[in-house]
Design a protein around this ligand. Sequence first.
Ligand code: GLU
Length: 510
Amino acid sequence: MSKKIRVRFAPSPTGGLHLGGVRTVLYNYLFAKQQGGEFIVRIEDTDQTRFVEGAEQYIFDCLAWCGLVPDESPLHGGAYGPYRQSERKSLYREYAEKLVEQGHAYYAFDTPEDLEQMRNQYKSAENPAPQYDGKVRLKMKNSLTLPATEVTKMLETGTPHVIRIKIPANESIAFQDLIHQEVRFDSNLVDDKVLLKADGMPTYHLAVVVDDYLMKITHAFRGEEWLSSAPVHILLWKYLFGLDQMPAWAHLPLILGPSGKLSKRDGAKFGFPVYAMNWTDPRSNELTEGFKEKGFLPEAFINLLAMLGWNSGEEKELFSLEELIQAFSIERVHKSGAKFDYEKAKWFNHEWIKKTPVSHYATFVKQYFAGKGVEIKEEAYFLSVLEKVKDRCTLLSDFYEQGIYFFEAPAQLDVTAAVSKWNLEKASFFENFCQQLEAIPNWTALSIEESFKLLATEKNIKPGELQLPMRIMLVGGKFGPAVFEIAHAIGKKETIARVQKALPIFNASI
Ligand code: GLU
């Protein structure tokens, strides 16, 4: 019987969730759901010096916004908990000690000064940053160099120590990556990584292997930046649990920005979001804008992330989460870095805004109006406005600018666009038009248009030449849906008031 598919996202709660992190979640999730498997979130918080208040909750908020709900996590529970590594601390020592017994790891008592001295002593042009590895380990203070009795005494008296893996010499460490196929590492280039720290906490390397084993993880998709750690993990799997137990790995291509690997700094520099949601660093109070607050729909965000490093092999680019679950395949994940193109990201959002019912995002859009001091009173009217302008919005925040004139008269009129053709005949047309509008029996876009055209014919002016000024009077600028629809929506009184208010401004320009 084949094993139940179990994947995990294992973030360290150290700050904002980068779009690369969400893509990692997404590929794990798509694969698990397609295979009828389970998606687990495990919080890797063993490095307490990097702990950041609020970062864990923020990760779960981002996942909830994206609709990527874990089956198991510290928040959702599950049979393999606890799901925070700091709460599993007592579990790891036995594995580290087992490795020492087997001869695959050793106790190291070197002080920070000893390590500093080693680095200075062995630094050279070819080796500017010497590592604690096979070349130096026998020159250091550890259970390989000190007499056994002394080691026992040091351990008994609580001398600060770590446990390091003993990387074997001259081995070619290989594994089959689901994306990169066979990957090989020369063991002579790998350092003796710390597995258990002086505070008794495991490092990431030990904890990730032990937890993937105990949580019965079958597949692990993670960023390519972790590929260099793979040889250590493979050896730990081999020594502790057997390579046949090791999850299948897929190292996902990097996401590239305008200048190499996409970074938070790129976002600030080029004016696009890099994090899923707004993140305020509690240490500096620095706010980094997220895709959500920038005005992206989660459906668009998921869709664009899916395409950053994967394609379906067809022309189709718009996929819902359900469709992605069906279409995703690891074979079609690219090996090389995926370039993030903000213009393309906005295209996805525009398409999703158009195809999503406005009721789905109306509450969120309302916040942009509230932020500008505009209170929405009539829900049905608000929805009808969103419906009229949705095709013109790329970001949800665009709804404000595209729709505000349905609620308030424009503060300024962009008359420059129409003044060159303005004259007294046109002014007189609008004066008469206002009188005519007063008398219109039924206020529909069609009846307003008919009345407008009739009067234009009577006055021998081309209706096309009158529509632009009318639009500017009602909207403020040269944009928006059909002008008679706008007049219909804002109502008779408001239409007449706006035209009358605008006329002197137009006339002043003659
Ligand atoms: N804790 C690692 C991180 O912060 C997880 C890497 C992995 O998936 O193995 O990304």
